[in-house]
Design a protein around this ligand. Sequence first.
Ligand SMILES: CC(C)(COP(=O)([O-])OP(=O)([O-])OC[C@H]1O[C@@H](n2cnc3c(N)ncnc32)[C@H](O)[C@@H]1OP(=O)([O-])[O-])[C@@H](O)C(=O)NCCC(=O)NCCSC(=O)C[C@@](C)(O)CC(=O)[O-]
Ligand SMILES: NC(=O)C1=CN([C@@H]2O[C@H](COP(=O)(O)OP(=O)(O)OC[C@H]3O[C@@H](n4cnc5c(N)ncnc54)[C@H](O)[C@@H]3O)[C@@H](O)[C@H]2O)C=CC1
Length: 422
Amino acid sequence: MARTSRLSGLRSLAPHERRAAIAAELGIEPGDLGAFLDGGIDLEQADRMVEHAIGTIGIPVGVATNFVIDGREILVPMATEEPSVIAAASNVARMARPLGGFTTTTTGPIMQAQVQLLDVADVHAARARILEREAEVLELANAQDPRLVEHGGGARRVDVRIVEGERRVHLVVHLVVDVRDAMGANAVNTMAEATAPLLASIAQGRHLLRILTNKADLRLARARVAIRAEDIGGPQVVADMLEAGALAHDDPYRAATHNKGIMNGVTAVVLATGNDTRAVEAGAHAHAARDGRYRSLSTWERDADGNLAATLELPMPVGLVGGATRSHPAAQAAVRMTEVTTADELARIVVAVGLAQNVGAVRALSAEGIQRGHMGLHARNVAVSAGAAGDEVDALAARIVAAGAVRADVAERELAELRAGR
Ligand SMILES: CC(C)(COP(=O)([O-])OP(=O)([O-])OC[C@H]1O[C@@H](n2cnc3c(N)ncnc32)[C@H](O)[C@@H]1OP(=O)([O-])[O-])[C@@H](O)C(=O)NCCC(=O)NCCSC(=O)C[C@@](C)(O)CC(=O)[O-]
Ligand SMILES: NC(=O)C1=CN([C@@H]2O[C@H](COP(=O)(O)OP(=O)(O)OC[C@H]3O[C@@H](n4cnc5c(N)ncnc54)[C@H](O)[C@@H]3O)[C@@H](O)[C@H]2O)C=CC1
């Protein structure tokens, strides 16, 4: 475990000094974080990863500080192009420390593959016939992945769903698989393809789609945090945050933005660790609409002591084996930083960071507004876009923040004045 994640003042260090400070907390060498220096992969490796590769695109990786998750001090790698995300997560993690930080639970690494069956005359009887032969189906599925079974995973159950659609009734078989430390898509897809002919023959029909569902609602991760009112801006800020949370529950227009704030944190950790951002995002938004209406993924309350009590639950299909996580040196360094040894532990960190991010954004919206903190940090991007270089960047950013106008036209004018010595 990191000695502490409470690294105040990291912002004033140079990147190499930050790497040294983080390595010291983790008891590793700064060189162990060296993969972040050049993005971790060269063109040769990129060419092996995707088709028609022509290069790579750099995304900054930063470290969210101050996190205590289930009693453990965690330094969290985050890959994001957006300013103020890492600052906001670190800020809320700091506020959460007096009451013990974040507490998480998970439902275990259970993924599901769907096999669509067509041309079945008697869907109800077919369902019964498939369930009668569940053991045979599971045995065939598990024969596809002895390594997963060796690691304690494997196909656990068969569910058969009769989906009443607008134009027809669908017969869909779910293979419910414990994928242990894998994200699991390839693992369950292989099982679905192998068992589909057997399922079709039992149903006396034919199979069509054989693929994982990204509505990974058997693989949930949950986080909870309590923050004292005085640590988050006072009782009025807490009251206003509850109003903001209520609107996000009721209004899909607000819910989409509220959830985007959550995904600022979630996607950044998922990307840094080489996991599949689209799978996590698809699962999250499906979960947000699980009662038929798109709602916020988090809940906001005031506890008996007047503290803000926030929770977040979402599907979290992330892995430590397979995908890019194993093969990408920067993803490996990111996993090392988190010190997790199971996919379940990684899922807990991701959901805690999502909740911190959500609280951070809504706190700012309920207090001073988003522009002060966010645009203050975005000012450096605006300065670079206006043509500032080297030392000019920070100087120009400071000028446009002081002018209260973090805009391209103001930045260009101020840059001209800066260069003219005014
Ligand atoms: C940016 C802050 C945190 C400043 O807030 P502040 O109160 O000025 O911060 P501070 O300078 O007093 O520092 C407090 C702590 O915050 C962290 N911190 C503070 N600044 C930095 C920094 N530069 N670099 C690294 N860490 C920083 C750091 O942990 C620091 O502790 P320390 O290290 O000093 O002991 C605050 O204004 C904030 O949280 N703003 C919200 C930012 C945000 O949510 N950005 C996301 C982008 S907007 C969006 O996409 C989503 C949205 C908003 O639409 C979602 C929604 O609507 O729900
Ligand atoms: N709809 C979707 O989300 C889809 C996603 N994908 C992609 O699939 C990839 C992930 O698939 P995976 O099956 O996770 O990858 P994978 O097939 O590369 O690795 C999983 C395999 O690793 C082995 N293994 C070794 N140690 C293990 C352990 N401790 N726990 C579990 N398995 C262990 C098992 O044989 C297991 O089947 C991602 O790259 C994702 O982008 C692919 C198709 C569809």
